[in-house]
Design a protein. Structure first.
Lengths: 304, 244, 304, 244
């Protein structure tokens, strides 16, 4: 059964005001297209969960979509700060932003507990740090064997997880290669899952390599084909990170007026991500295209 | 067409899969029941195996839960950590099958030992994934050949808990038990015969039960296997490896 | 740096009397060749860890190698019992066998805790079952959030893990497709790791598909090339399960004299697994060969 | 050849990698130090990135810890769960690099906030993986430009604990801190200058330190970068993205 819909329909149907939304992807496969559609549709009061809120998070916060941020690293990677978010945190400008802060492993542990229906996830982080004082949900837990103590983090179960992948079947089987982040855990932890992909491929492609499936269609609610949907982040084998954008964002994000103009031009002023892609222009896309480096295929064998 | 009580058992289990989606399945009768259901009442049934094969499309009758035919052409393959954490404990399995060496009136199951644990008369395989299946699947179906040896008033060991007092409501014990004699469901946690297979008698049921079995007021007769069901089923197991 | 050695050298150097040894592989990739070499070298008092002790475990127990079994499912899969092991447990014949029993998830959790240096692993299994009474190392643990209680299992850190894979680089990077079991967790939990493979392949093959690497060479101590080393279990894409062997084993294992004769003929009487392979004969191997079913390759892209 | 204090900092860090095997590495100076070490003192150094790239062989200078050039041709790629659980917490990382916005005499590090946590003067990125790196890596190297603003007597926030009282011995705080002025190690948990880079003075060290820094009795002078080191280093970062 095909679950392929437009981004507009997926976000319209599956992301509601007040939802807890996980948009994961660690440097890789960060779905800007979904973030833009959420902004375009004027969603409000979202709790945005993301290990590394970066440019798209700064855009969503600036657009007034996000009331609360659950995260572990906040920044414009390789460049510096996210100024819209900093204004909210440092000066409540234009309004306060609630934050709930962990380390990376803590966030991964939270999704894992959520996906596994565990009441907590134990880890060795946080001892002697100020993080438990800053976030009272990080608590010590004694081992039932001997006198070892570790820390616990609580489960995180987003209302919706949005996962960008290289290829997916129409019924949602999502295959990923390169950096995997914690998208699998986030998807299994979520009540609803939107898979966004570079390409919808025939089921036979998926089933030729079942080990490559990160997320099975059985837990997926909608599939959106959005080639280029991670720009300016990258998709292994499809396009490189557009570093110029990250550098440019620093100046844009420092100036609320510039930021507003950017949102007008690149989000509100465009009907969908296909227009964004076209507006970037063929030359810019061509400059991001990698060379080819194909995996050596493996034989699963036919047993009939 | 004539049919055997084993065939009736598998057919009765298959029919109960109507409306289910993700099914955690074992080898033998459960696998046959699922394959039959996919071809009759529930074409969209997704088969998940304990080995980690998800959405399997076996090109032959699998002879183990890890048969390579379950992997080639599957939707996904997962590690056991992911399988047990995210699929099973995570609540992504709608229905799961269990077998039993012993089962009691509450649907608790023993697959560990006959006799005392420390020095058993018969050492059985043990839990495998059965303990977590019993606790984590949204719904549990048991397929078990019924006899006074398997339907016992007191288990030698509880491997997989059933409708025991104090257990949380969600997935609180098996939903259905299917034997060669009939179909049982649970009423107030008590295994209750709801349907008698054609040809089977209440006397056989009582003889094959270590306690006085509860019988539903509206006890039904299981509709016999149809020709279509039998034709499909026999094609699935032409050598009668599991049909006997 | 090549770590490729013979099975004899790997077992001789890395498996000692009294060791805790994990030989994992869930129906798939069960390294019989290593089990046979351990028998051949007369190792004693091993603690054998394996979710599913099956034919090779029955052989090792019968040969007097194993003093203690840590497991979750004991049997000849699809056939019935392991009679040598049953004699030891039911009748202490010829001597008692110590056992430590979990469920599958409990064993996976134990390896995971061992690999992650956690003092315990929490899971929802065991409530209302008799397993905690049979094994006091399975203990309840209260959630630090609310009044939820789950169970804990202790970490398992084998002295050595033996992992069979389809292909490996000479320095130990091991790639697997098909069923993955819990070999990754067992290997990371172990102090020493032996990778046995169907084929040692050039490093370029490995590096063409880094997502396929289950175990990195950085944690591997020895690499053994042993094609056919999982017979009678199977290797996806290489050979099918030899079901006749499993059926035959039932009668062999019921009779201590037959079992002893089998060990003489197929283990003690052979120098190594190459002789075992040859003795099985080309026809038997040919009957186990699957057809071809190749994965669709993926492009990682070259970024230079 | 002439050289800059930044180059000296990277070279000094690279030399400390002799004998190490698995290195958890960040972008920028740590990455340059590792690449230089691979080409000089430690050809077998394996680079593991927080993003999950293991045994990376980048064909260009990576601009982020998740640069696709770290994946193509890598030995392995792992999920973040596996990376943090099995590599880092599991004790498979021999040495890891940390940066710092603030560091104190015990080697504790702040990368979270300047000012109070609830209403910070400057909101910094936060822990990322730094908290677990500080606690789990067998050995931690810190590369940090030294100034009275970064070397502080009291951290605004402890993101990554150093040699704090009561901490378990294993991996108990940073092993080495490298700045543009010198190399520090820890003596009884106290950051101690052990080597002064050529051209740097104790006065500069004291001016760039918010406390009276301990100085080793046998304070050495760091050997200056060799021509070979400089040639390799500059080829690694021809546009001086990180060398400045």
């Amino acid at each position: 059964m095909s679950k392929v819909v437009s981004m507009s329909e997926a976000v319209g149907r599956l992301v509601a005001d007040g939802d807890t939304v996980a948009i994961e992807g660690f440097t890789h496969l960060i779905c800007h297209a979904a973030g833009h559609e959420i902004i375009r549709r004027g969603r409000r009061n979202l709790t945005l969960c993301r290990l590394t809120p970066d440019v798209v998070a700064d855009q969503m916060v600036a657009a007034g979509v996000v009331a609360r941020l659950v995260f572990s690293w906040l920044g414009n990677p390789g460049v510096g700060s996210l100024h819209a978010i900093r204004r909210r945190i440092e000066s409540a400008d234009p309004e306060p932003l609630e934050i709930e802060e962990y380390s990376h492993f803590g966030m991964v542990g939270r999704y894992t507990a959520g996906a596994a229906r565990l009441p907590f996830f134990p880890l060795r982080s946080y001892a002697h740090s100020d993080l438990p004082a800053a976030n009272p949900r990080i608590v010590p837990i004694a081992s039932p064997y001997g006198d070892d103590t570790v820390y616990a983090v609580p489960p995180l179960n987003p209302d919706v997880a949005i996962v960008h992948t290289q290829r997916a079947g129409a019924d949602g089987d999502a295959q990923v290669w390169g950096l995997l982040g914690c998208q699998k855990e986030a998807a299994f932890a979520a009540r609803r899952v939107i898979v966004v992909c570079e390409e919808v491929v025939p089921e036979a492609v998926i089933r030729s390599d079942p080990n490559r499936t990160l997320i099975p269609g059985t837990i997926v609610d909608a599939v959106v084909e959005a080639p280029g949907g991670c720009h300016p982040s990258f998709v292994q084998g499809y396009y490189d990170r557009d570093n110029r954008f990250y550098l440019d964002w620093d100046a844009i994000s420092r100036d609320p007026a510039l930021l507003e103009a950017w949102l007008d031009e690149w989000v509100y002023g465009l009907a969908d991500h296909a227009e964004y892609r076209a507006r970037l222009g063929a030359d810019r896309w061509a400059a991001l295209a990698p060379g080819e480096a194909w995996s050596q295929p493996v034989n699963y064998g036919s047993y009939g | 067409m004539n049919w055997t009580s084993n065939e009736m058992m598998v057919v009765a289990a298959a029919r109960r899969l109507a409306g289910e989606r993700v099914c955690f399945v074992g080898i033998g009768p459960p696998n046959l029941a699922c394959s039959l259901a996919q071809r009759t009442v529930e074409p969209n049934l997704e088969l998940v195996y304990e080995s980690g094969a998800v959405g399997a499309r076996p090109a032959r009758l699998p002879i183990s839960i890890g048969d390579p035919c379950l992997v080639s052409g599957a939707r996904a393959v997962t590690s056991q950590f992911d399988l047990f954490s995210f699929y099973l404990q995570g609540g992504r399995v709608d229905v799961a099958f269990l077998g039993a060496a012993q089962i009691d009136r509450r649907g608790s199951i023993n697959t560990t030992v006959i006799g005392p644990y420390e020095r058993p008369k018969v050492r059985l395989p043990g839990s495998g994934g059965a303990c977590e299946i019993a606790l984590d699947a949204a719904k549990v179906f048991v397929i078990v050949p019924q006899s006074a040896r398997s339907f016992v008033s007191r288990l030698d060991f509880v491997t997989s808990p059933g409708h025991v007092p104090g257990r949380a409501a969600a997935g609180g014990g098996p939903d259905t038990v299917v034997t060669q004699l009939g179909v049982y469901r649970f009423v107030d946690g008590e295994m209750t015969l709801v349907s008698l297979h054609p040809g089977a008698t209440l006397e056989q049921v009582r003889a094959g039960c270590g306690w006085e079995p509860a019988v539903a007021d509206d006890l039904a007769e299981t509709p016999p296997p149809t020709d279509e069901e039998l034709t499909i089923l026999r094609a699935l197991d032409p050598d009668r490896v599991y049909l006997g």
